[in-house]
Design a protein. Structure first.
Lengths: 181, 112
């Protein structure tokens, strides 16, 4: 599993680069690199469906973010109480990591998942749903209401994006509509 | 155990980015990194040593499948993450149009 560790370290480095770079477009590209590494990690962890979805979603998110940052490079402000604020944040994160390490002892060890619910899915999935791919049988049959809720959230978000980005609202009397660019 | 710790480090990088950076786009990048870390944690918790992908084959009998349930949950979570990212970017672009900056210390008026 050495490649898993290599990719995880690569992701952490990419995330640090994305956070600390001054150039907005470069940091967006760094986030894209992290997402593509994540999709390879999913492939190594035997989740091909998730890897494909992550790849497609990553490319779309990258396009959206580049559209937002293009030609809008601005220097980051570092005035104010920079040192004190960073120190407080670092203390909080160290505390968070310590608590997390304590909590991880109670999880099942890596490589031995709890299969209490999905044992049933694996045993009876093929007979009860007829789907060869167990992930799709869980999404579309055993937990179909979950997917319905997901579609609701998705369309609500799309309506939100449309109503925010849309330029033409209710016209005032005598007002002319101007399109962008 | 180490892989969980590395995932937590990735999560705390995202938290640092959200808490500490003043640029709106940087905040969005922090949210995206948080999303990655949570999805990665779920998939890691599903992995079984020497496991196979949860797809049945025609001839061979597969006994050691990985857990398919977190895969299904993460699949929905990734798509929702894209939708929320698009919403955040839309709001950020509107803010840039109105104020001419991404710096949150200069965006002070809440009037519409």
């Amino acid at each position: 599993m050495i490649e898993l560790y290599v990719l995880l370290v690569l992701m952490i480095i990419g995330a640090l680069v994305a956070v600390e770079l001054k150039d907005l477009l470069s940091s967006v590209i760094a986030v894209g690199a992290v997402g593509l590494a994540l999709s390879i990690v999913f492939l190594i962890l035997k989740a091909p469906d998730v890897a494909i979805t992550q790849l497609v979603v990553e490319i779309l998110a990258l396009i959206i973010l580049i559209r937002a940052t293009l030609k809008k490079d601005l220097p980051l402000a570092t005035t104010g109480r920079w040192f004190v604020n960073t120190l407080i944040t670092a203390c909080f994160i160290v505390l968070f990591l310590a608590v997390g390490m304590k909590c991880f002892k109670d999880l099942p060890a890596f490589g031995e998942p709890l299969m209490r619910v999905s044992g049933t899915y694996i045993k009876e999935g093929l007979q009860r749903t007829g789907a060869v791919n167990l992930v799709s049988s869980v999404i579309l049959d055993f937990r179909a209401y979950d997917t319905l809720g997901e579609a609701t959230i998705l369309f609500t978000a799309v309506i939100g994006v449309l109503s925010i980005v849309r330029r033409i609202g209710r016209k005032k009397v005598g007002e002319e509509i101007k399109e962008e660019e | 155990m180490d892989v969980y710790l590395l995932t937590l480090v990735l999560f705390s990088i995202g938290i640092y980015c959200i808490v500490r950076k003043r640029n709106v786009i940087k905040t969005i990048i922090g949210v995206i990194i948080l999303e990655y870390a949570v999805n990665l944690f779920f998939i890691l918790s599903a992995y079984r040593t020497e496991g196979r992908a949860p797809i049945f084959m025609q001839e061979e009998e597969i006994v050691n499948m990985v857990d398919p349930l977190p895969h299904a949950l993460v699949l929905t979570a990734i798509v929702i993450g894209l939708a929320t990212t698009a919403l955040l970017v839309g709001i950020a672009m509107r803010l840039y149009e109105k104020y001419g900056t991404f710096d949150i210390t200069k965006i002070k008026e809440l009037k519409g």
